[in-house]
Design a protein around this ligand. Structure first.
Ligand code: GLU
Length: 444
């Protein structure tokens, strides 16, 4: 059975970049009737916050990316301890005491010589006495995984054949000096023990994948299939890393973006398939193929979510919004007409309420100087609300007869006076919704 996972660190809100990872893993599981695990990577007790765990769950639920199981790394520390012991026994794990400054110096030296800044494994040459002295002087060291210096290759679900020379990678630190397990080891243990079969994540993890494949193999496991999607950039190809903070899913939700719009865009953006609004996660899963995604950075424009959101709303039947519309105070007998009129004229749900305000309180009339007299006369011909579906026809015929105006010269000034806008819904419908008509005070 296919088992995938989304493994956020609860150190912030999830954003569009994370969503891509979550969605791809979710879709792979859904497509094959497999399982999707939500794994909370919370081994860092200082940076991990419960409020972010809750927020991540809320955001995923909002999108309908439900999980079959939730796991927390903070509850599995003894599993990581056991794996660390195993690696120690195998001689694949060693303690090192260099300070960050010393490491930095080593890196700079290598870079100056035009060499890759790979950790020189000096700690491997320490005698037992030297280690004891360092421990005495500096306390516990960090623990590094000793890579086998060979090429690590895998068939990546997006990148194709990838091969990395392990000698070009520093032995990864898996346990910090304060004893904290780092994600790299925890993830390996979890992927093995949770039976993860497919891992999709950003291509910033490619080097991690190489080292994790060696760790899984060393621990006697079989590596899952890996795929690395490209990272998102802004519309001009600019880095999004600084802006991702403003592209949190909850901000998009707050801005009125519909979940289907977000899912439809993210499930196809960067692939060879066109972006089209889909109504459900099942429809989105249908036709989702990882192989259709390219490795080039994927341009993301938050504005693209608006037409998709509008399209979703335009297609929504009244029943889907009845409660929401009635909650605004729209009288039940007008609610359906209100929705029919308004849905074509909104981009997000946030635009619904202002329409009701306009119908209920009436609009500030918009009257051009040359139409002042015309409107003054026309308003004498308009009865007080409520209006019926015949009102607009009767009213405009009467105005035409009285003033001689016709066509645009007749209708446009009336629309502007009654709605305060130059464009908008069919006036026959608008009239039936109007409860107050401030323009009537212009009658003379
Ligand atoms: N917690 C890791 C991250 O957010 C997970 C990476 C992975 O998918 O393995 O980057």
């Amino acid at each position: 059975m296919t088992v995938t996972r989304f493994a956020p660190s609860p150190t912030g809100y999830i954003h569009v970049g994370n969503l891509r990872t979550a969605l791809f893993n979710h879709l792979i599981a859904r497509r094959t009737g497999g399982q999707f695990v939500l794994r909370i990577d919370d081994t860092d007790p200082e940076r991990s916050k419960e409020e972010y765990v809750d927020a991540i769950k809320q955001d995923l639920e909002w999108l309908g990316l439900t999980w079959d199981r939730i796991e927390r790394q903070s509850e599995r520390l003894e599993r990581y301890e056991a794996a660390a012991d195993k690696l120690r026994e195998m001689g694949r794990f060693y303690e090192a005491w260099e300070t960050p400054t010393e490491l930095d110096l080593k890196r700079k030296k290598l870079l100056n010589m035009g060499k890759p800044p790979v950790y020189d494994r000096a700690a491997l040459d320490l005698s037992d006495e030297q280690k004891a002295a360092l421990r005495e002087e500096r306390g516990n060291g960090v623990w590094r995984f000793k890579l086998d210096h060979e090429r690590i290759a895998w068939d990546d679900g997006i990148l194709g054949e990838v091969s990395i020379d392990a000698a070009s990678v520093s032995d990864p630190v898996l346990i910090r000096a304060d004893g904290q397990f780092l994600y790299t080891l925890a993830s390996v243990v979890d992927d093995m023990e949770m039976g993860i079969t497919h891992v999709v994540r950003g291509n910033d993890h490619v080097t991690n994948t190489a080292t994790q494949i060696q760790m899984i193999t060393a621990l006697g496991g079989t590596p899952p299939s890996f795929a690395h999607h490209s990272l998102l950039t802004g519309p001009q190809g600019e880095s999004l890393s600084k802006r991702l903070g403003t592209l949190a899913l909850r901000d998009l939700r707050e801005a009125g973006i519909e979940p289907e719009a977000l899912l439809s865009l993210m499930a196809r953006l960067g692939s060879s398939q066109p972006v089209e609004l889909r109504a459900s996660i099942e429809e989105i899963a249908d036709g989702f193929e990882l192989e259709q995604f390219g490795s080039a950075p994927t341009k993301f424009d938050v504005e693209d979510l608006k037409p998709l959101t509008a399209k979703k709303l335009h297609g929504l039947p009244f029943d889907a919004v009845r409660a929401e519309v009635e909650a605004l105070g729209v009288p039940a007998e007008k609610a359906e007409l209100f929705w029919e009129v308004v849905r074509e004229n909104i981009t997000t749900r946030k635009d619904i309420a202002p329409w009701w305000t306009l119908f209920r309180d009436g609009a500030e009339p918009l009257v051009a100087d040359e139409d002042k007299e015309f409107i003054a006369e026309a308003m004498t011909l308009l009865p007080e609300p409520p209006y019926t579906d015949a009102t607009w026809g009767e009213f405009t015929s009467a105005v035409k007869e009285a003033t001689g105006r016709k066509g645009k010269g007749l209708f446009m000034p009336l629309r502007k006076a009654l709605t305060g806008q130059e464009r908008g819904p069919n006036m026959g419908d608008v009239m039936q919704l109007l409860e107050t008509v401030p323009a009537k005070s212009l009658a003379q």
